[in-house]
Design a protein around this ligand. Sequence first.
Ligand code: DC
Length: 220
Amino acid sequence: MKKVIAIDGPAGAGKSTIAKALAEKLGYIYIDTGAMYRTVALLAQEQGVAVDDAAALTDIAGKAEITMRVEGGQNRIILNGRDVTEAIRKPEVGAAASPVSAVPGVREHLVAAQRKLAAHGCVVMDGRDIGTVVLPDADCKIYLTASLDERVQRRYDELCAKGIQTTREGVREDISTRDYRDSHRETSPLKQAEDAVYLDSTGLGIPEVLSRALALAEAE
Ligand code: DC
């Protein structure tokens, strides 16, 4: 059985759904690294810090104490004792998380925290640079993606289900902008690790993707 599983891919590919379900099946811890960048972006917004103020953002990331706990089957994100699970899912926080995550100092702090969280093994971690930078020695690496159309539809459905008002065009614009920025930044851009398995989930349901991911995780 594998001990450390890394799942990377673009926005809306279903990484968190699959990573969370995989962790549940294996009895592992699930670590959502995107939530950590979103949390720093939320703090920056609350403190009126601009997304290009690298020094202030690095300071925020260094001081933020971000923890995760599972409650009623849901992954809760706790920032300095405050539950920010819902607040960080707002589209404006997601949009700010992308430039915030391009700041090298922010990444340094969060990558160090992520490695600590994974130090004891038995983890499924998802993000953009897990297989390439955070956990290059992961036992199993999956690059999960889907067509832009499908990712837009999934994210649109997810936001609607949460009662967040949006349009398909708005979601498409948001996802395209974020994907471009996340894959073209200088520090740790989104890319498939050489030893990652490419998994295209276009047209596949969650059970199908999960069973493929589980097979990869359990393979020798
Ligand atoms: O996966 P997500 O949408 O919650 O991620 C929010 C932002 O954080 C995304 O635009 C890219 C960034 N991110 C990153 O740079 N590295 C990670 N390991 C995870 C997320």
